[in-house]
Design a binder for this molecule. Structure first.
Ligand SMILES: Cc1cc2nc3c(=O)[nH]c(=O)nc-3n(C[C@H](O)[C@H](O)[C@H](O)COP(=O)(O)O)c2cc1C
Length: 160
């Protein structure tokens, strides 16, 4: 059976997720992209995975820095999610205006997020037109608040 790509997206869209921005930095270059293909993998050692498109510009910086930070967005950060879902350097000009500081790996931790996980890249597995990036969590943090959600191709919030 051939699976129609649009139908695949629509069916997967029923799986409600949070929204993250995965960031990285190396030698003055920044990377950041909106991602919801994120999950925890292992408790001991603490591992998470993020799926990244083979063509994503962020991949080079993640590979050269061998690290990334997963920033879990709060309900009021939809604008940020939209900006980092775009291609091109304009979003990094925006990053300069968004409050952030460097995690121990150097990856930016964005201000106002619900939580963050600073990760060292341990493995990258081929997965069709994406790569599965496995990261060992080296530092993390969380703050109170509600998450930004994504369901059926729309941003939403708890109780909406
Ligand atoms: C809600 C949402 C979730 C997304 N999740 C992912 C994801 O998990 N992995 C991915 O590679 N792209 C994902 N994207 C698309 C990227 O954010 C988009 O391709 C971005 O332009 C990539 O930026 P870059 O080329 O600078 O790395 C998602 C987009 C949206 C709106």
């Amino acid at each position: 059976m051939t699976i129609d790509q649009l139908e695949f997206r629509q069916v997967m869209g029923n799986f409600a997720t949070g929204v993250t921005i995965v960031t990285a930095a190396h030698a003055g270059k920044y990377a950041g992209f909106t991602a919801n293909a994120f999950t925890s993998v292992s408790l001991d050692p603490p591992l998470v995975l993020v799926c990244i498109g083979n063509q994503n510009a962020s991949l080079t910086v993640i590979e050269t820095s061998q690290a990334f930070c997963v920033n879990i967005l709060a309900a009021d950060q939809e604008d940020l999610a939209r900006i980092f879902a775009k291609n091109g350097p304009a979003k990094y000009e925006h990053l300069a205006q968004v409050q952030h500081h460097a995690a121990s790996t150097g990856a930016p931790i964005l201000a106002g997020t619900l939580a963050w996980l600073d990760c060292r890249l341990t493995q990258a597995y081929a997965g069709g037109d994406h790569l599965i990036l496995m990261g060992e969590v080296v530092a993390l943090g969380a703050a109170p608040g509600d998450p930004l959600l994504y369901l059926r191709a729309k941003y939403t919030r708890l109780g909406q």
